[in-house]
Design a protein. Structure first.
Lengths: 206, 160
């Protein structure tokens, strides 16, 4: 006679195999990567109502041609020199002391024929339709790097830590709200010292 | 004395595997939570350039992806070797980018619609003409926040 003491136990030996199968399925179909890259804002399409007149000396013109050669302020330069040149332009602080544009924290040469102050300085980037994307990104990277280097310098002086670290912590969703509020002011202050004014004109085709 | 000598000596008892499923399930749940499903398979070659002044793209739900690059080997017969735009799972013209962004934006919840970022995943050998067309389209639909997605690395490696 069969035992009547409850149902027989289900064999759970193959449970591990089933779970392994699921595990492998998820491993194959998913990705862990978090993307990173250069953040940029495009200019709005409708032109501003009033024409702003910008002095020629406040514009740093960067042109990339189809062979990846670089023309910065009418000079043919190497890509590796771009960062130093952009920094010299941004940090110039040419306005005379006493004028409203005077830049007290600039450490540049105070050349009258270069930019007045970081707030006025604009970098204009132009490229050809045939320019390689890799070259373009390198140029973008160097220009963003120039801003970051200057911002880091001021941030070290004022708050004793790097701007890039503060910004990364501020943007990290895991940072506590109280720390974020504190960082927000600091980040904003540094950003105002060296506002990122990078204009991207439409490409020329020739 | 007999109390202790009762046990059989000799072979070891087998290791219990009863907790193995639990361990594997733990692994499974770990991977399920930390990973994201691949949403589209790539039909273009997509070797991103390197850069080192980069910011992380947090919060995947706020990102719209656009891929650009040469079609992969199997699609080259049909689509040629010129760089193409891939939106979701199909190739598209630059003029379709605006509609795509609007459609994707409409899918997101109301409060996210203003904070969306467009991630441009562009092969480093693509040329800027196509990118300029995309940027122009993005400006038309007011999707102004873009992220040139790159790998972390020395930017000068791009020039080789």
């Amino acid at each position: 006679m069969a035992r009547r003491a409850g149902a027989p136990e289900v064999n759970a030996g193959s449970m591990a195999d089933i779970a392994f199968l699921l595990l492998i399925f998820f491993l194959v179909t998913t990705t862990i990567e978090t993307d990173a890259g250069l953040d940029r804002m495009l200019p709005p399409i409708e032109p501003p109502d009033t024409d702003v007149i910008i002095k020629q000396k406040n514009i740093f013109q960067v042109n990339i041609n189809m062979n990846g050669q670089l023309l910065a302020d009418d000079e043919l330069i190497e890509l590796k020199d771009l960062r130093a040149k952009a920094m010299a332009f941004l940090d110039n602080g040419g306005a005379a002391s006493g004028s409203p544009d005077y830049c007290s924290y600039c450490k540049g040469r105070r050349d009258l024929s270069s930019s007045d102050s970081p707030a006025k300085a604009i970098i204009s980037l132009k490229n050809d339709r045939e320019t390689k994307y890799g070259t373009y990104i390198t140029v973008q990277n160097e220009l963003v790097g120039a801003y970051n280097d200057l911002r880091n310098r001021e941030s070290e002086r004022l708050f004793g830590r790097k701007f890039t670290d503060m910004e990364a912590e501020y943007l990290n969703p895991e940072t506590a709200q109280s720390a974020k509020d504190d960082l927000k002011d600091k980040v904003k202050r540094i950003q105002d010292l060296f506002p990122q004014k990078l204009s991207e004109a439409e490409t020329t085709s020739n | 004395m007999s109390k202790f000598s009762k046990k059989k000596s000799g072979e070891l008892p087998p290791v219990s595997t009863a907790s193995l499923p639990d361990i594997v399930f733990m692994l499974l749940f770990f991977f399920m939570t930390v990973t994201v499903m691949k949403d589209s398979s790539l039909k273009v070659q997509n070797v991103l350039p390197n850069a080192n002044e980069i910011k992380k793209l947090e919060k995947k739900d706020r990102v719209i992806y656009i891929y650009v690059g040469k079609p992969t080997q199997e699609f080259q017969k049909v689509f040629g070797t010129e760089p193409k735009i891939q939106l979701n799972d199909k190739f598209a013209d630059p003029s379709a980018v605006g509609d795509y962004i609007l459609a994707e934006r409409a899918k997101k919840s109301q409060e996210l619609q203003n904070v969306l970022t467009t991630s441009l995943k562009v092969d480093k050998n693509a040329n800027m003409g196509l990118i300029s067309d995309i940027k122009q389209e993005l400006r038309k639909v007011n999707a102004l926040k873009v992220n040139y997605t790159t790998y972390d690395g020395d930017a000068f490696n791009n020039l080789q």
